[in-house]
Design a protein around this ligand. Structure first.
Ligand code: NAI
Length: 778
C-alpha cells in the first residue's frame, strides 16, 4: 500500500508487537516447566502443551502436578506461614512492593507472554491486565503496611489454595496472591491449564524479589490438580471460574472448616435508556462484550435497550461491529483477538448454532485464517427465557432485547440466576442513581463499563458467587478474627415428667409473619427445668413451617428499604420492652438452664439490641478514590432473607445477637430458637409484638435444629444460612447451600463467646458491598 493510498483509505496498517523477548524467555527456560515449590522450580515432568490460540503453535510444555507435588507445595506453604505472618505487615510490604516494581520493570514481557498464551489483544494485556496486576500488588503492599494499625483484631487464615481461570491469567493471580500474602497467608496457586505461562514468569519474579521460600507456590495442571488443592490441608480456597465447578467446590469443602470465596459466572445486563449518549454507549458496548473476546465473567453480554431508540441503536451497533478488527492479537491495531482454546471456540460456536430465536448479525469483517477466532456476533430480539438470554456464552456474542419503562428494565436485568455486574447508560443522574440500587449485582457501572481497581471490591451475588476481591472488604476473605475457639459440646435440655410449674398447659406456637402459628405437623415437645419440673411445651416446626416463614420474610421486603434511623428506633424499642420484663426473662432462662446467669444474659441482650440500633445508621459505605475520572461508591446492602440456627447455650442472647444486627442492616430473618432451651425465644414473641416490628421481619421457629436447618439450607429464597447450634450442622448446611450458592456462616462445632459483643462480625455478614462506579470530577 502506498502512502497516498493509506491517506485516502485511512486504513490501519499492521503494527505488530515483537514476540522475540517472550519467545527468548521461553527458550531460556528450556520451554519445559516444572512447578514452583518452596522457592524453586521442580524438574519438568509429564504434562501437556501450552499453545498460542492465534496460530496453534506450541509455546511450552507444562507439568501435570501429582498428588506428591500438591502435598509438597502445601507443606512448603505451611512451613513458611508462621514466619511470614510474624514478619509483620511492614516487613511483608517490602517484598510485595518489590514484586510490584519488578512486574513493572518486566511489564512488556508479561504483556507479550500473556497475549501469546491467551490470545487477547496486546493493547489489552499491555494497557489493562498488566498495569492492573501491578496496581494490585502496590495497593496490597499498602494494606500489609496498615494491617496492624487498621485491622488490629484480624489475623491470617494460614495456607490458601487458589484456583484461577484462563481469561485474565496474570490479573486473577494478582487478585488472589496480593491480598493473601499481604495479610500474612502463604499460597498454593493453580493457574488454568490453557494459560499458565505468566504465572510461571511471576514465580520467577518472586524469586528475584527474594520472597521467602514457600510463601508463593505454583503448581500447574488441569481440574484434577484443582481438586487435589481443594481437598488438601489448606485453610481457605479462593476460586474463580465456572459456576458448575464453584458448586462442586462448595460441596467438596462443606464441613471442612475451610474458608471459601467463589467468583463465578455472570450474564450481566447492559442497560441503555433513551436519553443516553448513544455513541458513547456503543463504544462502551464494544468494551463490555468484545473486550477479551467476551471471555469476561462480568461482560455486558445482555443488551437491554429502551424501545424508542432501539432501531437506531442496533443500526449503529451493527455498523460499529463491522468496523471491529479481528486478527493477530500481537497487532496493536487489533480489537478482537483469539478465543483461548479450540474447546472454548467449539462451546461458543455450538451455543450460537443451537439458537433458533431472534435475528443474528455476525460482523462483516476479515477473519484471520486458522487459529481460534470467532466473529463479533449480535443476536437481537430474544425473549427473556431464551437460552442465550440466560446462559453464559463466554465469547464475543451479545444478545439483546428491548424495554419500555425503567421498571421493566430492572425486571429484565434481574431476570437471571446470576448477579455479578450491570451497566447503566443515561444522561439523567436521577435515573441512574434510582436504578443502581435496584439492580441485583455486586458491581454497577454508570456511563462506563468493565472498570476495575484494587481499591474497589469486585464480586457477585446469587449464583455469581460470594466474597469480594479488592478494597477493604476483600481483606476479610483473607483474615479471621483473633479469637481463640474451643469445641462446643452438644447441649440437650433437661428431662423430666413433672406437672407444669404454673399448672397451666402452655404450648408455645411458632412465630411466623407477625402471628403465632401452630406447627404444621401438630407436634410439640415438653421443656423441663433442672429438677425435672415441666416448664412448658413448644411446637416442633418442620419443612412446611420453614417454607411459610421464608415466604413471610420474603413478603416483608419493604424492611430493607426503610431507613437506618427507623430500624434503630424499632431496635431500641425492642430493647426497652425487653428491659421492662427483664426479671421474668432472667427467671425463665435460669429455670431452663439450671444456672444463675439469666439476669446477665438479659442485660447483655438489651445491650446487644442497643448496639445494633446504634450501628443501624452508622455502618455505612465508602467512596473509593479510583484512578479514573470517577468514584466508586461502596454501598452496603442487606443480604436479604437470612435463616439462622441460634445458639443452644445462650437461649436469649444467642438469638438477639444474630437477630439485632441482621435487622439493623435491613435483613429479614427466620430463626430457629435454641433447641435445648427454647422458651426464652417463645416468650420473646410478645416483646416483638409490642415493639412495632413489621410482620415477617422476624420469624421464629422451635424444634429440632437438624430438621429445621436442612430445608433452610436448600431453600432457594433464602440468601444466607448461619448456624451456631450445638448440633454440628456445618457440613449439611454448606453442602445443601450449593443449590443457590447462598452465603453460609457455620460454627464447625466451635463455641462462640456470646458474652463478648461481636456485633461488627454480624453486621459484616449481614451486608453485601455493591460498588457503584459513577463519573465524578474532571
Ligand atoms: P473451569 O471452571 O472449569 O476452570 C477454572 C479453573 O478451575 C481452572 O484452573 C481449572 O483447572 C479448575 N478446575 C476445573 N475443575 C475443577 C475442580 N473440579 N476442582 C477444582 N478446580 C477445578 O472453567 P473452564 O472449563 O475453563 O470454562 C468453562 C466455562 O466456565 C466457560 O465457558 C465460562 O462460561 C466459565 N468461566 C467463567 C470464568 C469466570 O471468570 N467467571 C472463568 C473461566 C470460565
Amino acid at each position: 500500500m502506498t502512502v497516498k493510498e493509506i491517506f485516502e483509505t485511512m486504513d490501519y496498517g499492521p503494527a505488530p508487537e515483537s514476540a522475540a523477548d517472550a519467545l527468548a524467555w521461553l527458550v531460556d527456560q528450556g520451554a519445559r516447566f516444572g512447578h514452583f515449590i518452596n522457592g524453586e522450580f521442580t524438574s519438568p515432568a509429564d504434562g501437556f502443551d501450552s499453545k498460542n490460540p492465534a496460530n496453534g503453535e506450541t509455546l511450552a510444555t507444562l507439568s501435570q502436578a501429582s498428588q506428591d507435588d500438591v502435598d509438597a507445595a502445601v507443606a512448603a506453604a505451611r512451613k513458611a506461614q508462621g514466619k511470614w505472618a510474624a514478619l509483620g505487615g511492614a516487613g511483608r510490604a517490602r517484598y510485595i512492593y518489590a514484586i510490584a516494581r519488578l512486574m513493572q520493570k518486566h511489564a512488556r514481557l508479561f504483556a507479550v507472554l500473556e497475549t501469546l498464551d491467551n490470545g487477547k489483544p496486546i493493547r489489552e494485556s499491555r494497557d489493562i491486565d498488566v498495569p492492573l496486576a501491578q496496581r494490585h500488588f502496590y495497593y496490597h503492599a499498602g494494606m500489609a503496611q496498615l494491617m496492624e494499625s487498621e485491622l488490629p483484631d484480624r489475623e491470617a487464615l494460614g495456607v490458601c489454595g487458589q484456583i484461577i481461570p484462563w481469561n485474565f491469567p496474570l490479573l486473577m493471580l494478582a487478585w488472589k496472591v496480593a491480598p493473601a500474602i499481604a495479610m500474612g497467608n502463604t499460597v498454593v496457586l493453580k493457574p488454568a491449564e490453557y494459560t499458565s505461562l505468566t504465572a510461571l514468569l511471576f514465580a520467577d519474579i518472586c524469586r528475584q524479589a527474594g520472597l521467602p521460600k514457600g510463601v508463593v507456590n505454583i503448581v500447574t495442571g488441569d481440574g484434577a490438580v484443582g481438586e487435589m488443592i481443594v481437598n488438601a490441608d489448606v485453610d481457605k480456597i479462593a476460586f474463580t471460574g465456572s459456576t458448575a465447578v464453584g458448586r462442586k467446590i462448595r460441596e467438596a469443602t462443606a464441613g471442612s472448616g475451610k474458608a471459601l470465596t467463589l467468583e463465578l459466572g455472570g450474564k450481566s445486563p447492559y442497560i441503555v435508556f433513551d436519553d443516553a449518549d448513544i455513541d458513547s454507549a456503543i463504544e462502551g458496548l464494544v468494551d463490555a462484550i468484545w473486550f477479551n473476546q467476551g471471555q469476561v465473567c462480568c461482560a455486558g453480554s445482555r443488551l437491554l435497550v429502551q424501545e424508542g431508540i432501539a432501531d437506531r441503536f442496533h443500526d449503529k451497533l451493527r455498523a460499529r461491529m463491522d468496523k471491529l478488527r479481528v486478527g493477530n492479537p500481537l497487532d496493536k491495531c487489533i480489537d478482537v483477538g483469539a478465543i483461548v482454546d479450540p474447546v472454548q471456540l467449539n462451546t461458543i460456536s455450538e451455543m450460537v448454532a443451537a439458537n433458533t430465536a431472534g435475528k443474528v448479525h455476525q460482523a462483516r469483517v476479515d477473519m484471520p485464517e486458522g487459529g481460534c477466532f470467532y466473529p463479533p456476533t449480535l443476536v437481537e430480539g430474544l425473549a427473556p427465557s431464551d437460552a442465550l438470554m440466560q446462559e453464559e456464552i463466554f465469547g464475543p456474542v451479545l444478545v439483546s432485547t428491548t424495554f419500555r419503562t425503567p421498571g421493566e428494565a430492572v425486571e429484565l436485568a434481574n431476570n437471571t440466576r446470576y448477579g455479578l455486574a450491570a451497566t447503566v447508560w443515561t444522561e439523567n443522574v436521577n435515573l441512574a442513581l434510582d436504578i443502581a440500587p435496584k439492580l441485583v449485582a455486586g458491581v454497577v457501572w454508570v456511563n462506563a463499563t468493565n472498570l476495575f481497581d484494587a481499591a474497589a471490591g469486585f464480586g457477585g451475588t446469587r449464583e455469581s458467587g460470594f466474597g469480594r476481591e479488592g478494597g477493604w472488604e476483600g481483606l476479610s476473605a483473607y483474615t479471621k478474627p483473633k479469637t481463640k475457639t474451643k469445641p462446643l459440646e452438644k447441649l440437650i435440655g433437661f428431662a423430666g415428667e413433672g406437672a407444669p410449674v404454673d399448672a397451666v398447659d402452655r404450648t408455645a406456637k411458632l412465630y411466623i409473619g407477625g402471628k403465632q402459628a401452630r406447627p404444621d405437623g401438630g407436634y410439640s415437645k415438653a421443656v423441663y427445668g433442672k429438677s425435672g419440673a415441666l416448664l412448658g411445651h413448644v411446637g416442633l416446626g418442620n419443612r412446611k413451617d420453614v417454607r411459610n416463614a421464608v415466604e413471610a420474610a420474603a413478603g416483608a421486603k419493604s424492611w430493607s428499604k426503610t431507613t437506618g434511623h427507623l430500624r434503630a428506633q424499632i431496635l431500641y424499642y425492642i430493647g426497652e420492652n425487653l428491659s421492662a420484663r427483664a426479671a421474668e426473662f432472667a427467671d425463665r432462662i435460669d429455670a431452663m438452664t439450671g444456672k444463675k446467669s439469666g439476669a446477665d444474659e438479659v442485660e447483655a441482650s438489651i445491650q446487644r439490641l442497643f448496639t445494633a440500633a446504634a450501628w443501624a445508621d452508622k455502618y455505612d459505605g465508602q467512596a473509593h478514590g479510583v484512578p479514573i475520572r470517577g468514584v466508586a461508591l461502596a454501598m452496603k446492602e442487606a443480604v436479604g432473607v437470612i435463616g439462622a440456627v441460634c445458639a443452644d447455650e445462650a437461649p436469649l442472647l444467642g438469638l438477639v445477637s444474630v437477630m439485632a444486627p441482621a435487622m439493623a442492616m435491613g435483613n429479614r430473618v427466620v430463626l430457629a430458637a435454641s433447641e435445648a432451651y427454647p422458651l426464652a425465644a417463645t416468650d420473646f414473641y410478645q416483646v416483638l409484638d409490642t415493639s412495632d416490628v413489621p410482620a415477617g421481619v422476624v420469624n421464629i421457629l422451635t424444634g429440632s435444629h437438624a430438621e429445621l436447618a436442612a430445608p433452610m439450607a436448600s431453600h432457594l429464597n433464602l440468601d444466607a444460612v448461619w448456624s451456631f447450634s450445638s448440633t454440628d450442622l456445618s457440613a449439611e448446611i454448606e453442602k445443601a447451600s450449593a443449590g443457590n450458592l447462598k452465603r453460609t456462616w457455620v460454627n464447625n462445632a466451635t463455641a462462640m463467646d456470646w458474652s463478648t459483643d461481636q456485633t461488627r462480625r454480624f453486621l459484616e455478614a449481614g451486608t453485601e458491598v455493591k460498588n457503584i462506579w459513577i463519573p465524578y470530577g474532571e
